[in-house]
Each structure stands twice: as C-alpha cells, then as structure tokens.
Design a protein around this ligand. Structure first.
Ligand SMILES: Nc1ncnc2c1ncn2[C@@H]1O[C@H](COP(=O)(O)OP(=O)(O)OP(=O)(O)O)[C@@H](O)[C@H]1O
Ligand SMILES: [Mg+2]
Length: 230
C-alpha cells in the first residue's frame, strides 16, 4: 500500500530542518570517523609516531636528537624497517672520521620512528660503552644480564664505533654472542665503523665478519670531516 504523507507533517519537518540549520543538500554520506578521534587511521598513525619518537628521544644523545638523513640507501633501509622490521636487514655505515656515520645512523632510526611503525623499540650505545657495561665487575651480574638481555632483544639496536676497542678473547666472545643472536633472529642492528668491510675478518674474526657481511646493507659515507669544515 503506497504511503501518504500529509502536508502538516511535511511543514513541521521543514521547520525543524530550518531551525536546526540542517544541510539537506543531497550528496555522498561521509561516514568516516573524525581524524582527531580513535577509530580513524590518521589518529592511530599519529599515536604510533608519538610513541616511537618518545622512545627514540629517550635512547638518543642530545647531539643526534634531530638527526636526519637524505642518503638514498640509508633512507631505503629505514623504509624497509618501517614497513616490516622482521624482514629488514641490518645496516653498516662505514667511512672516515666526521663523514656523518653516527648522524646518519640516528637519522635512519628517527626516520623509522616518524613513519609510525607498528612495533618500535630502540637502544643505542657505542662498542666501548657496551663492553664497559658488560665486563666482569661492572655492576652486579643481574645488572649485566639485564643490559645483555636488552641488547639481544630490542627491536632496533644501534652500535656505534666498531673497531675502536683493542680486541681480546672476551670482546670477541661478547661480540659474537650479540651478533649471532641478532643474526639468527633477524633483528636489525645499525653499526658504524671507520674500517672498510674488507678489514672486518681481520678485526673481528671470520665467524663474526661472515655474519655481519650477510646480514647488513653496507653504505660507505664519503666526504670531508664535517667537524673541521663548519
Ligand atoms: N647530514 C648532516 N647534516 C648536518 N650535520 C651533519 C650531517 N652529518 C653529520 N653532521 C654533523 O657533523 C658532525 C660529524 O658527524 P658524525 O658525528 O656523524 O661523524 P662520524 O662519521 O660518526 O665521525 P666519527 O668517525 O669520528 O665517529 C656532527 O656534529 C654531526 O651532527
Ligand atoms: Mg661517529
């Protein structure tokens, strides 16, 4: 049976629409949630970026807090990590003093954070500081184990200045334990060194060097010492 609508009803409806300032223009219905509210993809992306940047800033020394990189290979590495950390290689930045290795390393990780990855965790240290924190006698054995656990398992690990410490059986065993753990679990490490990759076997022994070569994207940083040419 066709539905009939009486005139007084239509007039009442028109008045309510007018009084409430409702837009009756026909058009597409926008049923996406507000970008400022939970439920909208932009809202959750912003939350992820904020959380990742906070972790990045907690782990980063002041000099490199705003580091960024435009090196195409380094950017490509960061984008791989941001897309899927479990499939990304490690990164080895090598080159002369002051060419920007540490800056690019932090810049790369900051780029990952800014992409708002699903999972982000970051720890940064230098090889000499790491050995100092882990050496027998440094803190309690629980403290040392806690440092080691974090170094082994953090999603992104930055180890600066490989090859600046005199090698010993102990440094080699410690480095092997870290590199092999992260190699087998495919957890990315960002390593910087002044040494060319061809010298790694001599510097670290064949077993560590072989793993590092397989697991890393290697990028040479070139140019003058930026500290001297400001
Ligand atoms: N792309 C860049 N833009 C602006 N400043 C940069 C850039 N790269 C490096 N720098 C600055 O140049 C200086 C040297 O850079 P960095 O510390 O990264 O050198 P490095 O290669 O790690 O040196 P070293 O081998 O001595 O550790 C730092 O003050 C750093 O902030
Ligand atoms: Mg450096």
């Amino acid at each position: 049976m066709p539905m009939t609508v009486d005139a007084p009803f239509l007039n009442r409806l028109a008045r309510i629409v007018r009084e409430r300032g409702l837009d009756t223009t026909s058009g597409p219905v926008d049923d996406a949630p507000d970008p400022d509210l939970p439920g909208h993809p932009a809202y959750h992306h912003r939350q992820r970026v904020t959380a990742a940047l906070t972790k990045f800033e907690r782990a980063t020394p002041p000099r490199y807090l705003t580091a960024s990189t435009d090196h195409p290979k380094v950017c490509a590495w960061a984008d791989q990590v941001a897309a899927d950390v479990s499939q990304a290689p490690s990164l080895l930045l090598w080159g002369g003093t002051g060419t920007g290795k540490t800056h690019a390393a932090f810049g790369a990780v900051r780029r990952v954070a800014l992409a708002g990855p699903g999972r982000f965790g970051f720890l940064a240290t230098t090889f000499p500081d790491l050995y100092a924190a882990l050496r027998p006698g440094a803190g309690t054995s629980e403290e040392r184990e806690q440092v080691m656990r974090r170094v082994l398992s953090v999603p992104i690990l930055l180890l600066d200045d490989l090859g600046t410490t005199a090698a010993s059986l102990w440094t080699e065993e410690t480095t092997y334990r870290i590199v092999n753990h992260r190699y087998t679990r495919m957890l990315p490490v960002v390593i910087t060194t002044n040494e060319p990759p061809a010298r790694l076997p001599e510097l670290l022994g064949d077993r560590i060097a072989s793993r590092l070569i397989e697991m890393t994207t290697r990028v040479e940083m070139t140019g003058r010492d930026r500290r001297l040419t400001r």
